[in-house]
Write a protein that binds this ligand. Structure first.
Ligand code: HEM
Length: 160
């Protein structure tokens, strides 16, 4: 009868991949969710951006910390932090922390305020809102691209 040897490494790798799903899965749906909510008016847009902020602080950032800690364990156990695919992904994750904390979350806070102001004025999203949203979408796109590159580096392990 075949035996299945499950190592602690396998458990940590599972946690690492689960944390990747939790941290970034929802972000890939943002474009669709945002477009849907935008159709229903500025009042709902404020709630949408507040939800983005809550998700960034209570789900995405903590899950990224788990990605980092589990990744460090895996790297130190069987690989090396000097391996190019690991050091490059490490750098990408640091950039993602920066983008989330210093760019995207503050942008969502500003967008929530602007959407509230627009809703009170009773009109469509203002030019200020559209400008800020465009900037946030551009940075959000960069973040998603970095996640795709990180997954490719982790799977293909170029340089190995
Ligand atoms: C955005 C950040 C990250 C993403 C999306 C990501 C994604 C993944 C994925 C999908 C795997 C499974 C690959 C496979 O089994 O073929 C993996 C494995 C791994 N990751 Fe990450 N990871 C990230 C960050 C990190 C960091 C920062 C480190 C180290 C400091 C790291 C170290 C590792 C190691 C050592 C493996 C195990 C490879 C193996 O045993 O085959 N990861 N990662």
């Amino acid at each position: 009868m075949p035996t299945i040897a499950v190592t602690f490494y396998d458990v940590v790798l599972t946690i690492h991949i689960l944390a990747v799903v939790v941290a970034f899965g929802v972000v890939f749906a943002y474009a669709l969710i945002d477009a849907q909510i935008k159709r229903s008016g500025p009042g709902d847009l404020a709630a949408l951006h507040r939800l983005h902020v809550v998700l960034a602080r209570t789900l995405i950032t903590p899950a990224m910390v788990v990605v980092l800690l589990a990744g460090l364990y895996l790297a130190l156990d069987r690989w090396s932090l000097g391996d190019p695919w690991i050091s490059a992904t490490f750098a990408i994750l640091i950039v993602l922390f920066g983008l989330t904390g210093a760019v995207l979350t503050p942008a969502d806070e500003r967008l929530a305020q602007l959407a509230e102001r627009d809703a009170k004025a009773g009109g469509a999203p203002s030019a200020d809102y559209e400008r800020e949203a465009q900037r946030a979408n551009a940075f959000g796109g960069v973040a998603l691209l970095l996640v795709v590159v990180a997954i490719f580096l982790m799977v293909a392990k170029p340089g190995m």
